[in-house]
Design a protein around this ligand. Structure first.
Ligand code: SF4
Length: 194
């Protein structure tokens, strides 16, 4: 490894967040207006090839973990091809994904096969009507399907909206990792896992 990255306080930097798109198919009221936002032109977004090259360079500098985020990552076409290629990069040990869960359910078996380390599921509320009010989209059942499939496939998950006011229920999975379910209360703010 040529050299490693440190912040201004001398702390080793070993993970990055990689936003693969600014697009999203929900309209959470605290995030964007109902009519949407003006997206960055596609030509200004990094291509997958550029992102893979970037991750290769960062892996050579000691980056071991990456969180894939957006927007909603899975609205970007061919995301699974990108994840497969990302998995091949030597040095990237952990891949975590943040998703709103609307397009994720059919992909979960393959995410499991790719050994994705955790999924950060954006689920604002377990009340269907309130979910609709928050996200302005009728996707509650789809997101809940994703939630249950994460459990079924024993993929480590957490709820992106966790924070004060939520009740957390932790249980160890068969793999020894901690799984976190948040069965009640609504949170009207956003707090990322890292
Ligand atoms: S799912 Fe995330 S990116 Fe999409 S509108 Fe909601 S907060 Fe914004």
């Amino acid at each position: 490894m040529a050299q490693q990255l440190y912040d201004n306080h001398g702390i080793l930097i070993n993970y990055v967040r990689l936003a693969v798109t600014d697009r999203c198919n929900l309209r959470c009221f605290y995030c964007m207006p109902e009519e949407g936002i003006k997206y960055v032109p596609k030509s200004d977004l990094l291509t997958y090839e550029e992102m893979l090259r970037l991750m290769q360079v960062l892996a050579n500098l000691g980056i071991e973990k990456v969180r894939i985020t957006g927007g909603e990552p899975f609205v970007r076409r061919d995301m699974m091809d990108f994840l497969r290629a990302l998995r091949q990069i030597e040095g990237i040990r952990k891949i975590n994904i943040t998703t709103n869960g609307t397009l994720t359910a059919p992909l979960i078996p393959e995410l499991k096969a790719l050994n994705v380390d955790s999924v950060n599921l954006s689920l604002d509320c377990l009340d269907r009507e309130r979910f609709y009010q928050i996200t302005r989209r009728d996707e509650f059942d789809t997101v809940m399907e994703t939630f249950h499939l994460l459990i079924k496939h024993d993929i480590s998950y957490q709820n992106q909206r966790s924070g004060d006011g939520w009740q957390k229920h932790r249980r160890p999975g068969a793999d020894g990792r901690t799984h976190e379910a948040i069965p009640c209360k609504c949170a009207l703010y956003r707090r990322n896992a890292f």
